[in-house]
Ligand binder design. Structure first.
Ligand SMILES: C[S@@+](CC[C@H](N)C(=O)[O-])C[C@H]1O[C@@H](n2cnc3c(N)ncnc32)[C@H](O)[C@@H]1O
Length: 211
């Protein structure tokens, strides 16, 4: 999942502003108790999302892919007291874990979880969002981006996670459907003149996009 040297990555974490103790406890709990814990964004990416939210003074965030609620809580910590993270997932079991940790946090009240297929749920939302984080199933990534662009506020930012997919995106002959879906969204962003995109080699790759 890491595309940079692990010691450099660790050094960057140590020198950056990091998520709270509750977020660290949630990360630790997930690593010790939940399958596929490598899906968590980790501290460096959480710090980057926090920096971006602060920079644009974001109030409303939409997240595709809650899992155990780590990224949602890390983002909520960087919103004002009346800020909101709407986070979408199909798995009520992992979201149950998320809710336990959110309840222990002074920022948990800013998070609203909606269970169901994200592509259906997003159609029911009647607000715009200053920041959108795409981190659910990879095969629907382009659908999530297209849906996200419709509800993105004029100066909002979309961040798409795992866009380097452990470097597999470099293989044009890769037949894996997740790899192909990520290559597809990366090509869409880079060829689309209506959006401005920057792909950063942070953790597993993160694409930042503005209209
Ligand atoms: C990579 S994890 C999210 C990790 C989380 N953002 C974090 O860093 O703390 C991806 C999540 O997407 C969810 N997911 C998969 N397919 C989905 C779908 N069709 N609609 C909504 N969520 C989905 C999975 O249940 C899983 O929890």
């Amino acid at each position: 999942m890491l595309v940079t040297d692990s010691k450099i990555h660790e050094y960057c974490i140590q020198k950056s502003n990091r998520p709270s103790k509750t977020c660290q406890d949630l990360e630790e709990y997930t690593k010790n108790n939940v399958p596929y814990s490598q899906m968590l964004i980790g501290e460096l990416e959480a710090s980057l999302l926090g920096f971006l939210l602060r920079s644009i003074k974001a109030k409303n965030v939409l997240e595709f892919g809650t899992f155990t609620g780590y990224s949602a809580l890390c983002m909520a910590e960087n919103l004002p007291n009346d800020g909101l993270v709407v986070t979408l997932d199909i798995n009520s079991e992992t979201v149950g874990i998320a809710k336990r940790f959110w309840e222990d946090s002074a920022h948990g009240h800013k998070i609203q979880s909606i269970i169901g297929p994200a592509l259906e749920t997003v159609k029911t939302l009647d607000k715009t969002f200053d920041f959108i984080f795409i981190d659910a199933d990879k095969v629907h990534y382009l659908d999530y981006l297209e849906a996200g662009l419709k509800v993105l506020s004029p100066r909002g930012i979309i961040a798409v996670d795992n866009v380097l997919w452990s470097g597999k995106v470099l293989d044009q002959n890769n037949q894996d459907q997740n790899t192909q879906a990520i290559q597809k969204i990366n090509n869409f962003i880079s060829e689309n003149t209506d959006v401005y995109g920057t792909l950063l080699p942070v953790r597993d790759g993160i694409f930042l996009i503005q209209k």
